[in-house]
Design a protein. Sequence first.
Length: 149
Amino acid sequence: MYIEEINLLTKEMAKYGDKINNGVLEKDLKLFVDIFKKTFSVILPNDYLDFLKNFNGIEFNGFIIYGVDKNLLSIKTDNHINGLIEFNNIFYENEYQKKYIFLGENNISWYVYDIESVIYFELDNSSGTKINKFDDFKDMLKSFIKEAI
């Protein structure tokens, strides 16, 4: 799992007065999944959805994992959330990028799920070149947190 990495990130964020977002309610997650599928004709990967049940995205030190868009949450939060639907709408303006679900970013990389190959990658955000390949979302998240801290 990635609990050890999340704990390290939580401690690091606390040093700066930040905290990690709470998870998403089941009814909000279902609405989010339905709207994402209707908007993009794509089903979100289960391991990413499991993450959202515990943490609605991450933003720290220039590293971002997208969460459920704020307008879809029944409980309003003061925490900033970079919405997955909002950002994928932007990325999908480029036809080539529609082969991915963009799950996050940092200053030099995008974290994506390749829809056809069912594989997670880190891409260089200027060229789109694959930098890293991950076995699953958990491995991608571990790498993400390690780099963010």
